[in-house]
Design a protein around this ligand. Structure first.
Ligand code: UFG
Length: 321
């Protein structure tokens, strides 16, 4: 199994989940945003999707399927640097797909995002919800989904695109967790504030049309995401075509509810200040994952928000990188 981007946050947890099931893993990563310390399972291939010649090393040994996590993933940065996002996320994916085709590899799990939906028009987003991304990051993910649909028709490529809502949590027992530079995500920033590290916590906007005025999100444990990838791989044995599934717990938590839950988990004060809205943030993003549950047999095991925050807390108190 080739895990592209396996030194990154979700990719490393997927590599771990595969290794735990006894799957032989190779990790392709250029360590541009991934971590050398997260390369704990299988062979490391130091290759870059933007350098097609370097990809041959990844396919030198037989590859039965690919998981693809390589991407730039900061919404704000994508608005400022759209060329970088289309180059890395779209052109890079095309290079990978062409290499897979050249080497006769016919199954792919693609790391997609709730960002393909743009501004939600329903309280719970299922797979029939219109896709209308509002930033280059989301657009780049949707473009790859479209390429995968075309590749299914033209070349018979089997694929599953998994649209994560808010990935969170860690597997600190395995020495991996969430570590981004800069860190823009809510739960790591809340826990850093609990530790007295980093900048003071800012809550971006308290005047949204939600119960307490702060944005509501659907947080899903990274190990549950990893499990969905493994299920998707198996599922493709019996299912041709290109498919998309939404992955979330189906329950929304506001920013302030996350702060309160983190206070309970950590037993610490966690001060915050209210700041202006962050550009491009929809008020509410909550998944319907009924399709993943029914078709992939996926059931999140770490659905309770305290469990998710507790696993992240264990990582942030003693991060390995
Ligand atoms: N937030 C704060 N303070 C912070 C960080 C975040 O108030 O320090 C707020 C944000 O404004 C937002 C919520 O917390 O309302 C969650 O923010 P995150 O940055 O943790 O996550 P997002 O919902 O913005 O982003 C996630 C994924 C993206 C994906 C997006 C889909 O991380 O990859 O959902 O819209 F594109």
């Amino acid at each position: 199994m080739l895990v592209c981007g396996g030194a990154g946050y979700v990719g490393a947890h997927a590599a771990y989940a595969l290794a735990r099931r006894g799957v032989r893993v190779s990790v392709l990563d250029n360590l541009s945003t991934g971590h050398r310390q997260a390369l704990r399972w299988g062979r490391w291939i130091d290759a870059d999707l933007l350098d097609p010649a370097s990809l041959d090393a990844a396919f030198a040994e037989p590859v039965d399927a690919v998981m693809h996590f390589c991407a730039r993933s900061l919404v704000g940065e994508s608005v400022a640097e759209p060329y970088d996002y289309y180059l890395n996320n779209v052109a890079g994916s095309l290079n990978l797909l062409r290499a897979m085709r050249a080497h006769g590899v016919g199954r792919l799990v693609f790391s997609s995002s709730a960002a393909v939906f743009g501004r939600p028009r329903a309280p719970r987003i299922d797979e029939d919800h219109p896709t209308a991304p509002i930033n280059p990051y989301g657009a780049s993910k949707l473009m790859v989904e479209r390429i995968l649909a075309d590749a299914a028709r033209a070349y018979g490529l089997r694929s599953v695109s998994l649209r994560y809502f808010n990935a969170a949590g860690a597997a600190s027992e395995a020495g991996i967790g969430e570590s981004h530079t800069p860190e823009t995500h809510l739960i790591p920033n809340v826990l850093r504030a609990a530790l007295g590290q980093g900048a003071p916590l800012r809550v971006f906007g308290d005047d949204y049309d939600t119960a307490d005025g702060t944005c509501v999100r659907d947080y899903v444990h990274v190990l549950d995401l990893a499990d969905a990838h493994v299920r998707a791989l198996d599922w493709m044995h019996a299912n041709a075509g290109a498919h998309c599934f939404n992955l979330g717990n189906g329950t929304g938590f506001s920013v302030l509810e996350i702060v309160r839950a983190a206070r309970r988990v950590t037993g610490r004060e966690i001060a915050y200040e209210v700041a202006p809205r962050r550009e491009g943030d929809p008020a509410v993003l909550v998944a319907s994952s009924a399709a993943a549950r029914e078709r992939l047999g996926w059931t999140p095991r770490h659905g309770a928000i305290e469990d998710i925050i507790d696993s992240a807390w264990r990582w942030h108190r003693a991060p390995a990188y």
